[in-house]
Design a protein. Structure first.
Length: 471
């Protein structure tokens, strides 16, 4: 049997393999809500423009409501022979309401239909992700406020560098995730134009009102060029690219958690809720959630690459290649969502082992820069000379197996006679972090201020959204 939707010129039905490679219904059924909303907006616009009778439009719109309920109740039979969600729904509509169903597809094509449905799906998904980024930023800021004065080693090259506060470290991620959230918002603002009415590629001769459908579907405006509207997928690429960057940030934090909860570091303990055991080694508690957050990055980068490669050779306008866009986004964005939820849970629950952090913060001569700075500030030494003197002090401390602030004054004076007792005021890790008050620096006072600023900003945002939701 040839296809009911487009089979007019076909004598034979498709080969089984043709059906297999062509059908997208197994995954694009995810778009049913957007597809139904798009069709309802379209047919009501057709009635308002006197292109179909108002009665037919209402019958169609109600039939589509019924189909939505059927799908949501699990009573809808999806058919591969009907290829995709668009034709599955239209065919069912014909069964439900008869020939009037055939009027729905006036002045539109599956090309503008799928572009519209998919934009709405990506848009809705970005909105949900926005709330998740906000939750993560909030929990990081709360934990940062709690640990504004908790000292830990700061690293470069993963070697002890200078002491920092754990709060400062967490607030670094607040900045990163805030930029991720703003990238998603930028993408959303740019993509919020409605392709519907671009039809197959050239627009339509029917007197349609594209402003009306755009407004009904929550778009800011209709797209300006019909060829562009049906043939670009930069909107999903932008969302997935922003997701790739965000997943890179999540992965770095996940990697740090994995390191921090190793026995060798012991900086944090994950809650039982976000750990797993080993089936053979009874003592083990593994940071699987962090590892999986780290691993999700791979598939998200993969989706971005697949989309870029899929698009790069396509002449305008629509090509069937573009059907392959959906699985990538359907995989990448929900996995980012899962990673965000897991990270938020881990950060909220984790126990900070302040003693281990502090001990590590004091090892590795991490306050050597503070000593050099003291030589510059108090003795007026050029920094390069101070660096050299400090290097000799460190060498002596290594030889005596002592931390810097435990070295006897006499030893320090043997290297630089002008050093006084006052130097010890900068050599402990607490004093070191407290002195880093420059803008953006790690001092507990700075961290407290930043964390409070973020928490207040999030509160204000929530209040604003609460108000606009009820307005
Ligand atoms: N399932 C198709 C897709 O996702 C819908 C558009 C089909 N258009 C066409 N001209 N065959 O791309």
């Amino acid at each position: 049997m040839s296809n009911r939707m487009w089979g007019g010129r076909f004598a034979e039905g498709p080969d089984a393999i043709m059906e297999e490679i062509n059908a997208s219904i197994d995954y694009d059924r995810k778009l049913y809500r957007q597809d139904i909303a798009g069709s309802q907006a379209h047919v009501r616009m057709l009635a308002a423009c006197d292109i179909v009778a108002a009665e037919d439009a209402e019958t169609i719109a109600h039939g589509l409501d019924t189909i939505r309920s059927e799908i949501e109740a699990g009573e809808f039979t999806f058919s591969r022979a009907l290829e995709d969600i668009h034709m599955n729904i239209e065919a069912r509509l014909a069964e439900l309401i008869g020939p009037a169903a055939g009027r729905l597809h006036t002045a539109r094509s599956r090309n503008d239909q799928v572009a519209t449905d998919f934009r709405m799906w990506v848009r809705d998904t970005l909105d949900a992700l926005d709330g998740q980024f906000t939750d993560l930023i909030r929990v990081l800021s709360e934990r940062a406020l709690e640990h504004a004065g908790t000292v830990m080693p700061g690293f470069t090259h993963l070697q002890s560098a200078q002491p920092v506060t754990f709060g400062h470290h967490l607030m670094a991620y607040v900045e990163m995730f805030a930029r991720d959230r703003s990238r998603m918002r930028d993408a959303r603002a740019r993509m919020n134009e409605c392709p519907l009415g671009s039809a197959a590629l050239a627009g339509t001769s029917f007197p349609i009102d594209r402003e009306m459908t755009a407004a009904a579907l929550g778009f800011d405006r209709p797209t300006a060029n019909s060829l562009d509207a049906v043939s670009d997928r930069d909107f999903v690429l932008e969302a997935v690219s922003a997701a790739a960057i965000a997943s890179m940030h999540l992965s770095r934090l996940a990697e740090e958690i994995v390191i921090w909860c190793s026995a060798q570091f012991g900086f944090v303990t994950l809650s039982d809720r976000f750990s797993t055991g080993s089936s053979i080694m009874p003592q083990k508690k593994n940071p699987d959630a962090a590892e999986l957050v780290r691993a999700k990055t791979g598939r998200i980068y993969g989706a971005q690459t697949a989309l870029l490669v899929m698009m790069k050779g396509l002449p305008l306008a629509y090509s069937k290649d573009m059907q392959e866009d959906k699985e990538q986004a359907f995989d990448a964005l929900p996995n980012l969502s899962l990673a965000l939820a897991a990270m938020t849970g881990m950060i909220g629950d984790l126990t900070v082992n302040q003693k281990a952090m502090k001990q590590a913060a004091g090892s590795g001569y991490s306050t050597a820069t503070d000593l050099a700075d003291w030589l510059v500030r108090v003795l007026g030494m050029p920094f390069r000379d101070a660096h050299h003197v400090t290097g000799r002090v460190v060498a002596l401390a290594v030889q005596k197996n002592l931390t810097l602030h435990r070295l006897p004054l006499a030893d320090l004076q043997a290297i630089e006679p002008r050093i006084t007792e006052d130097v010890f005021s900068v050599l402990s890790v607490d004093k070191s972090v407290r002195s880093r008050v420059s803008l953006g620096g790690t001092a507990p006072a700075n961290v407290r201020k930043q964390a409070r600023k973020w928490l207040k900003a999030l509160e204000r945002e929530a209040a604003r959204e609460g108000r606009s939701a009820t307005a």
